[in-house]
Design a protein around this ligand. Structure first.
Ligand SMILES: NC(=O)C1=CN([C@@H]2O[C@H](COP(=O)(O)OP(=O)(O)OC[C@H]3O[C@@H](n4cnc5c(N)ncnc54)[C@H](O)[C@@H]3O)[C@@H](O)[C@H]2O)[C@@H](O)CC1
Ligand SMILES: [K+]
Length: 522
């Protein structure tokens, strides 16, 4: 599903109206009716106590009038509060305002004094927030801010129309103050600000309303930016042919592990195995081989004696690695690989010369700090999987700046490194130098534990080895990894599960998506 900024959504609406001839009133009708249906589906018991619909001066308010009409039509008690004088309404919103006036739906005007509104909020069973949508353009102040504060203090179910009012659809943060919704009914496509943090805290459950925007409009005009959710995954995860064999699913090479960090190598291999790689071989320092031989059952090892004094591989192993990787499908480089000058040198050479797709993580990203030109010389696709600290070191920018603009920075980093960048953290972002980008919707804070990143690296490498195109491999890996953690959070508890379990639960995540795919439920 495409993910849009406010101006992109406005362009899609305009195109639908002007080029396809779908009247704006029809879109507004579908928006309002669709939202009313969601309200009935999720909050029917609250409706008997009355719905309070709070409308702002634009088309978001117009959607609110349509919702009021449909709920009233079904016999539920409805009151509409307008935060703008009636003369301010125009176009489709005005048409719908006039209809509800004729229907004699109770309609009140709120000026600066919000005391009546506050009482009504207390008495109502449910609040519909139709104050601002994608037209929000400056900080929310005065009686608008006071109304939002009263909504947030009400502890009533709140349904946001299109986007919680006050939340920037682009930045994902409140412009001053924003409604905290229980459910957001968004029109046609999700907006960036709803799926990144802190925006996601305000949205509650996110539901998409089909406003009858033609599929062709979205296909032709929506940017290649995607929300990684269940339906996206079901669209991309490929079933296996019954006549396939392990050769079909590729041989993964893993370059990971050094003294004190053997676990990182093991978890990367587990991620690759649980992610469906046909075969996995860990290329490791010879002195650590016995550890890997005893711990890894399904993965093979390829021990090399060219190692440093911290038991990490040295650049002298370069030729052997290149020749070993000749018939491999994809390689993971970096988890626990070691912070040693000679290991860094090895990373530089491998990044440039390995002619198979590579996932570059952890110490290998550190090795490239200030030296991203090695990536630009790469002979095959590269996927970087930094957390914000690693990306900060790689590009020499502050972690705070990255966290404030995760999508923009990932986009810049992809261009700068000519690599796919997976910026990890809450709502992981994937950006490709070809302009595609994605935001993940799976995962939870239980993932914030050592080793889960290593599992992700192995998983993405396995997907590459199975023939997924690199951007899809990175995005699908990120989604399945998060889903595995979501399954664990439900099964075991919100945190305390460990990286190994995230790997072990990947088949359940795959199953969940396959079941949906087979049922065609997306
Ligand atoms: N044809 C369309 O464009 C459709 C629009 N729809 C709805 O319309 C919304 C967008 O409508 P609009 O573009 O009219 O925008 P909004 O309804 O989001 O708000 C714009 C109005 O709010 C005022 N405003 C903006 N920020 C303010 C602030 N901080 N303080 C006070 N006033 C402020 C503006 O001056 C303008 O009057 C969508 O979010 C969606 O709910 C849907 O009905 C579907 C079709
Ligand atoms: K709203």
């Amino acid at each position: 599903m495409n993910l849009v900024y406010a101006r992109e959504m406005q362009a899609l609406d305009r195109y639908t109206i002007e080029e396809f001839g779908v009247p704006g009133l029809v879109l507004m009708e579908n928006a309002g009716r669709g939202t009313a249906e969601l309200i009935l589906e999720y909050f029917r018991p609250s409706l008997s106590q009355g719905a309070l619909i709070i409308c702002g001066p634009g088309n978001n308010g117009g959607d609110g009038f349509v919702i009021a009409r449909h709920l009233a039509q079904k016999g539920f008690p409805v009151k509409v509060f307008c935060l703008a004088p009636f003369e301010k309404f125009k176009g489709d919103a005005l048409v719908n305002l006039q209809i509800i006036k004729k229907m004699e739906i109770p309609l009140f005007l709120v000026n600066n004094d919000i005391s009546v509104l506050k009482q009504e909020i207390k008495a109502s069973g449910l609040i519909v927030d139709a104050i601002f949508g994608t037209g929000l353009e400056r900080e929310v102040k005065g009686h608008f801010a006071a109304a939002i504060e009263a909504i947030n203090q009400s502890e009533k179910p709140v349904v946001a129309v299109d986007i919680p009012s006050g939340l920037s659809a682009d930045l994902g943060r409140p412009l001053g103050i924003a409604v905290k919704a229980s459910l957001t009914a968004t029109m046609a496509l999700p907006k960036v600000g709803q799926v990144i943090y802190p925006g996601r805290h305000y949205v509650g459950e996110l539901k998409i309303v089909d406003i009858s925007m033609p599929k062709r409009v979205i296909a032709e005009l929506a940017p290649p930016r995607f929300l990684l959710n269940e339906s996206w995954a079901a669209n991309h995860l490929k079933p296996r042919g019954p006549d396939s064999h392990k050769g079909t699913y590729g041989h993964v090479a893993v370059l990971a592990g050094s003294s004190g960090k053997t676990g990182a190598a093991i978890l990367t291999c587990l991620g690759a195995l649980r992610g469906g790689a046909g075969l996995v071989t860990l290329i490791c320092p010879k002195s650590l081989n016995h550890i890997f031989e005893t711990t890894l059952t399904e993965a093979m090892t390829f021990p090399l004696e060219e190692e440093t004094d911290i038991q990490s591989l040295s650049y002298q192993a370069f030729d052997k690695i290149i020749s070993f990787c000749r018939d491999k499908k994809a390689v993971a480089i970096g988890p626990g690989f070691g912070i040693h000058r000679e290991t860094f040198e090895l990373v530089h050479r491998l990044v440039a010369h390995l002619d198979i797709p590579a996932v570059i993580d952890a110490d290998a990203i550190t090795a490239l700090a200030g030296e991203v030109f090695h990536l630009r010389r790469a002979q095959a696709p590269r996927i970087l999987t930094p957390h914000p600290g690693e990306l900060a070191r790689l590009l020499d920018i502050s972690k705070e700046k990255i966290q404030e603009n995760r999508l923009e920075i990932a986009r810049l980093a992809a261009k700068e490194t000519e690599s796919i960048v997976v910026l990890k953290g809450a709502a992981t972002v994937v950006a490709s130098p070809d302009g595609r980008e994605a935001v993940n919707y799976s995962g939870n804070p239980g993932l914030a534990t050592g080793g889960t990143g290593d599992v992700l690296t192995g998983l993405i490498t396995a997907l590459l080895a199975q023939g997924y195109e690199p951007f899809i491999a990175a995005s699908l890996g990120v989604y399945l990894h998060g889903l595995s953690a979501d399954i664990l959070a439900k099964r075991k508890g919100p945190f305390g599960f460990v990286a190994k379990e995230v790997a072990e639960t990947l088949p359940n995540a795959i199953k969940e998506i396959m079941v949906r795919k087979n049922l065609g439920q997306f």
